[in-house]
Structure formats: structure tokens, C-alpha cells
Design a protein around this ligand. Structure first.
Ligand SMILES: [Zn+2]
Length: 409
């Protein structure tokens, strides 16, 4: 038990330390590199900073509230009490009780998270003039997203607990392998099954953009046949693009806001960046990391559970439903602690994509202007504190991307 307390103490201390430093550096004025003043006015920087602070604060508050709720459910014994009650209510039918317990905790988490979700994705987006979405349409998105989450995490939970009975000492490996396999299936199916539930996608219309794509792809030695335009403008004025899919579902997706609001040479820079992700196999690379991470995480979970609830591991049958709270708390805390690693890997791939994109287009001024315009219009913080970038940025800070492009000249 002492070892268990030590492990949880370390996890909690790491989260609290990271969260406090994050909060501190989010509000402490960071030194602005000289380069930034050439492209942005102090007023612009200040406005973006305030927007980012608001969104980040809401995100951190949601994370901490959920962690706090899970922690309380566990340490107060309320989680165990609820699980017992549900087992009694379902006449000791284990899987029914587990499903009810899962549903109850899932709903509780959704409820405590709701003010932050609504705040950051509706209220703030409207207040800052980004959202083009009405309340009804927002609710529809929210309900669709939540239903998918309920379905997938529900099935995942039932499978996980089933495997604790099936392989009492090896379930963590089974769960890790299953999650790794699921990641591949999800990467393949997400763009064709899930994304169309939220947006309409149409092949990029013939014309300059289409020609540009064909030319860039040929330069990169690729056959890029799927470039789609997404109706992002039904939700936001922000512009973006992404590369998704695996095998036959690979595609580059451009926001219609990008096509509408950005000049051709900047759209070219975006397309080249996405083609670079494609050419360098970045989806497969991140999947490999994700799969290795999934196995490592479940192995760590198994070790922590054996220390925390040795009775459950020794008992033989499936773990008691209340253990779900411990599992979620573990993943919740660990997902925050591994952010720097995850984001460092992502930033490295983004840097590579920017570099390859410049090789493809050879247009340095367009790349520089793209990062300037994206930061300006999407209200990105141009030069966040290095700690904030290290912890939470999946892409290098805009000023670093501008600097890298200028150096490539
Ligand atoms: Zn990228």
C-alpha cells in the first residue's frame, strides 16, 4: 500500500507541478523575439495572447476538474459504494452493473466538463468572432460527438474488464495490442466514417488549386489523388488543412475558409506542407509511436493496479467495476504527463513537413506570409513562453516557423 501511495503521489505531484508552471507561464509576459516585431503589432500580439489565455485556461480547468472528480470518487469510497449499489440493483449481474457504472461515471464527467466545453467551443468562439455556428447546430455536433465517445469508450471498457477475467496476468498485453490494432482501424476509417458525420467533403474543383496539387505531388514523386475541400465555414472563420487516412483512405483536406481567404501562393504552401506529411509517412510514424505507447501504458497500468488494488488482481475473476475510476484517473493523469513527449514528436514532424514543403515550392516569402497570416487571423500566440510550447504545442510556435523559413532562403 505504501508503494501504491508513492506511485500516486509522484503522478499527482508531476501533474500539479506541470499545471502550476503552465499557469504561471501562460500569464507571465514572455520575451518577444526581435523577428516578431517586424510582422506583428503589439496590439495584435496582445489580442492573440488574451484569446489563447482564455482557451488554455478553460482547457486546464476542465482537465483539473475531471481529475479532481475521479480522485474524489476513489478516495472518498463513493466509487466503491456506487459500484456495490449497482451490483445489488442488477442482482449481481456483473456486466450489467459494469455497464451502468461506466454510464454513470461517463455522464458525471461529461456534466462537470460541460461548462468548459461550452465556454471554449461556443461562447469564446462567438465572443472573438470566429464562430459561424448557431446554438442548435452546436448542440447537434456536441450530441453526435458525445454519442460516438459513449459508444467507443463503452465497448472498450467492457472489453477491457472482460479481458481481466480472461487473462488475469496478461490482460494488459491483450489490451495494449487491441488498442494498437484499433488505432490502425481508426486511422483508416475515421476520415471516411466519422469525419463525414460532421462535415461535407468535396473533391477540390478543377482549376488552379487542382493543378497546383498535381504539380506538387509530381515533384514529391507521389500520386496524390484525394484532395478534398471541407465545409469548415459552417462552423468557423478559421483556416486550416490536414492530412489523414491510411492506405486507400489517405487524403489531404483543405478548409473552404483557406481557399476563400488566402492567396494562391499561400494555399500552395499549405498543400505542399500536407504533401510533405504524406511523402514522409508521418501518419504511419505517429501510429508506430502510438502503438508502442499504448503497450507501455497498459503495462504501467497493470503494475499500478497490482500495487493499488492487489485484491482485485489476485481474486481471479474480472476486476470490480469501481476499478474503472482508478483506470480513468491513471490515464487522465498520465495523458497530461506525457504531453511533452507526444508534442515533441509532433513538432519534429511538423518542422520536417515545413522544410520539405519549402523544397517543393521554393517559395520562401509565401511560406513566411502564410505563417504570419495564419497566426494573425486564427489568433495564435506568435511567441508563447518556451515552457508553454514545450508542454502543449503540437506545432512549433509561429515565430519559429517563420524563422526556419527565412533561414532556408
Ligand atoms: Zn502539419
Amino acid at each position: 500500500m505504501l508503494k501504491a501511495q508513492l506511485v500516486w503521489g509522484v503522478l499527482l505531484a508531476a501533474v500539479l507541478l506541470l499545471a502550476s508552471l503552465y499557469l504561471l507561464f501562460l500569464f507571465l509576459p514572455a520575451p518577444v523575439p526581435d523577428l516578431v516585431a517586424q510582422y506583428f503589432s503589439p496590439a495584435e500580439l496582445e489580442r492573440a495572447r488574451r484569446y489563447q489565455q482564455t482557451v488554455c485556461l478553460l482547457g486546464l480547468a476542465a482537465f483539473l476538474t475531471k481529475a479532481g472528480l475521479l480522485w474524489w470518487l476513489w478516495w472518498s469510497g463513493k466509487g466503491v459504494a456506487l459500484a456495490r449499489l449497482l451490483l445489488k440493483f442488477s442482482c449481481q449481474r456483473y456486466y450489467l452493473a459494469l455497464a451502468l457504472f461506466f454510464g454513470a461515471i461517463w455522464l458525471l464527467l461529461k456534466l462537470v466538463e460541460f461548462p468548459f466545453t461550452f465556454g471554449s467551443s461556443f461562447v469564446v468562439q462567438h465572443r472573438w468572432g470566429f464562430s459561424t455556428q448557431g446554438l442548435l447546430s452546436w448542440w447537434l455536433d456536441y450530441l453526435k460527438g458525445s454519442s460516438l465517445d459513449l459508444l467507443f469508450s463503452g465497448v472498450g471498457t467492457l472489453l477491457l474488464f472482460w479481458s481481466t477475467a480472461r487473462w488475469p496476468t496478461g490482460w494488459w498485453a491483450a489490451a495494449g495490442i487491441f488498442l494498437a490494432a484499433w488505432m490502425v482501424v481508426e486511422a483508416m476509417l475515421w476520415p471516411v466514417v466519422v469525419a463525414p458525420l460532421f462535415n461535407r467533403f468535396e473533391p477540390v474543383a478543377h482549376g488552379p488549386v487542382k493543378e497546383m496539387v498535381v504539380r506538387l505531388a509530381a515533384n514529391a514523386g507521389l500520386e496524390v489523388d484525394e484532395v478534398l475541400v471541407m465545409d469548415a465555414s459552417r462552423r468557423t472563420t478559421k483556416a486550416n488543412a490536414y492530412f489523414a487516412g491510411l492506405g486507400g483512405t489517405k487524403r489531404i483536406v483543405l478548409y473552404d475558409t483557406l481557399i476563400r481567404d488566402y492567396p494562391p501562393e499561400q494555399i500552395e504552401a499549405v498543400v505542399a506542407h500536407e504533401i510533405a506529411h504524406w511523402a514522409r509517412g508521418h501518419i504511419v510514424k505517429s501510429l508506430m509511436w502510438g502503438m508502442a505507447g499504448s503497450l507501455a501504458l497498459f503495462a504501467a497500468l497493470y503494475t499500478v493496479l497490482r500495487l493499488t488494488a492487489p485484491g482485485e488482481a489476485l481474486r481471479g475473476g474480472p476486476y470490480g467495476p469501481h476499478i474503472l475510476v482508478v483506470i480513468w484517473l491513471f490515464f487522465h493523469l498520465v495523458s497530461f504527463i506525457v504531453l511533452p513527449v507526444q508534442n515533441a514528436l509532433s513538432r519534429q514532424m511538423e518542422r520536417e513537413a515545413d522544410r520539405v514543403a519549402l523544397e517543393l515550392t521554393g517559395n520562401v516569402p509565401a511560406m513566411v506570409q502564410l505563417h504570419v497570416d495564419l497566426a494573425r487571423r486564427n489568433l495564435q500566440e506568435v511567441a508563447p513562453a518556451p515552457f508553454v510550447e514545450w508542454l502543449t504545442y503540437s506545432h512549433p510556435a509561429p515565430w519559429r516557423r517563420i524563422e526556419a523559413a527565412l533561414k532556408a532562403r
